[in-house]
Design a protein around this ligand. Structure first.
Ligand SMILES: NC(=O)N[C@@H](CC(=O)O)C(=O)O
Ligand SMILES: [Zn+2]
Ligand SMILES: [Zn+2]
Length: 425
């Protein structure tokens, strides 16, 4: 194993120091380190963060390998500064058995670019009718702890209650895609002034807020852990604030796109802006940013949702919802939050690692800590070229935008997965 001596790096925004990485861990830190035989990286001006952890990634394998594979998604993740991703269960077949979650887990290990932690489905086939074999997935080699029907809402309150009760035994968590389906039939975009103007069927904020309100009450009743996927409205933030004040064990995520973009984008009719939940109003964006700063929203999660060209470059009504996220998330966070490195480390690495129970991730670089980390150049600016992305898909809403920050290197257990901004394998 090669040792790496990273010189003059700011650890989570602190004063420049050296980091020696050896045998998979951070061996030493301090000014003026020497290490004969180590590969030296001059990191002057760079910031070291604990490797980013994404709680919400769609890898599309098995089933839609044309849109993404575990390997291509892992490479996109590493290039985005991630060392671990949680892979959503809405694959084909659905990840609702020990067999499928073990397959995804093994493919992740073989790719070896990030740790891929499979998420298991809550219900068989995501159909919302019968609970999947949650215990078998938890006991499998993949050690599943997060369960989600993402893409669909667990709409039946009785099933949701039973799922929450079931995962309590092994400290699991149910990650809910909060969407009351009866309120979003035929929905194409956020219900509001813009949808009225465009004559498109709306997806009202209350469809999200009603499910979150119900589920925080259920989680409180049962005493289980609940996680809310892709929170998108100001009203949801108020429900979560209330629940957290009562001590409910609820955590919540916001996506980079909901922190930056609004429903005005729909006026272009470009389906790249079609996403679920939909882009909301500027007032929602402001409330989400404030909630991320004050902790009512715990984490940024990408909801990286690759789609093949034919599913995206068509009429708005026929396009699949979803956007790429892994390769641009840190840049959007930098744009939105500025260089608040401790906050970025907390919301994009430490807190998601805690929620997922990934105890070798989300740890600030310090002696003895597993060397899962990323080096960011905050001064760099880059133009997003869809054709240059490592993802197999091209549906980024940031095409040709100039964004701040660049991932220079990523280390997974002491081995570089990215060097000089390029994937090592
Ligand atoms: N976010 C999306 O718009 N799409 C996701 C599903 C989901 O996250 O709900 C997908 O799988 O494509
Ligand atoms: Zn979802
Ligand atoms: Zn999703």
């Amino acid at each position: 194993m090669t040792a790496y001596l990273i010189r003059n790096v700011s650890v989570v925004g602190g004063a420049p120091t050296d980091l020696l990485i050896r045998d998979g861990v951070v061996a030493e830190t301090g000014a003026g380190l020497t290490a004969p035989g180590a590969t030296v990286l001059d990191a002057t001006g760079l910031v070291a963060l604990p490797g980013l952890v994404d709680l919400h990634t769609h890898l599309r394998e098995p089933g839609r390998e044309d849109a993404e594979t575990v390997e291509s998604g892992s490479r996109a993740a590493a290039l985005g500064g991630y060392t671990a991703v949680c892979a959503m269960a809405n694959t084909s077949p659905v990840a609702d058995t020990a067999g499928v979650v073990e397959q995804v887990w093994r493919l992740g290990r073989e790719a070896g670019l990030v740790d891929v932690q499979p998420i298991g489905a809550v219900t068989v086939g995501l159909a919302g009718e019968r609970l999947a074999e949650l215990g078998a997935m938890a006991d499998s080699a993949a050690r599943v702890r997060i369960f989600s029907d993402d893409g669909h809402c667990v709409a039946d309150p009785k099933l949701m209650r039973r799922a929450l009760e079931y995962v309590k035994a092994f400290d699991g968590v149910i990650a809910q895609h909060a969407e009351e389906p009866r309120l979003t039939e035929g929905a194409q975009m956020h219900e509001g002034e813009v949808s009225t103007r465009l004559g498109l069927t709306g997806w009202p904020a209350v469809a999200e807020e009603a499910i979150i309100a119900r589920d925080v009450l259920l989680a409180e009743h049962v005493g289980s852990r609940l996680h809310i996927c892709h929170v998108s409205t100001a009203g949801s933030v108020e429900v979560l604030r209330h629940a957290k004040a009562r001590g409910v064990k609820v955590t919540a995520e916001v996506t980079p796109h909901h922190l930056l973009l609004t429903d005005e984008k729909a006026t272009t009719y470009d389906p790249v802006y079609k996403v679920n939940p939909p882009l909301r109003t500027a007032a929602d964006v402001a409330a989400l940013r404030a909630a991320l700063a004050d902790g009512v929203i715990d984490i940024v999660a990408t909801d990286h949702a690759p789609h093949a060209v034919e599913d995206k470059e068509c009429e708005w009504a026929y396009a699949r919802p979803g956007m790429l996220g892994l390769e641009t998330a840190l840049s959007i966070a930098l744009d939105v939050l500025g260089p608040q490195w401790d906050l970025i480390a907390e919301r994009m690495s430490r807190a998601p690692a805690r929620i997922a129970g990934l105890d070798t991730h989300g740890l600030d670089p310090a002696p003895g800590v597993p060397a899962n980390l990323t080096l960011v150049d905050p001064a760099a600016r880059r133009v997003i070229e869809p054709a240059e992305l490592a993802s197999r898909s091209r549906n980024t809403p940031y095409a040709r935008m100039t964004l701040p920050g660049r991932i220079v290197a990523t280390f997974l257990r002491g081995e570089p997965t990215v060097l000089d901004g390029k994937a090592v394998k």
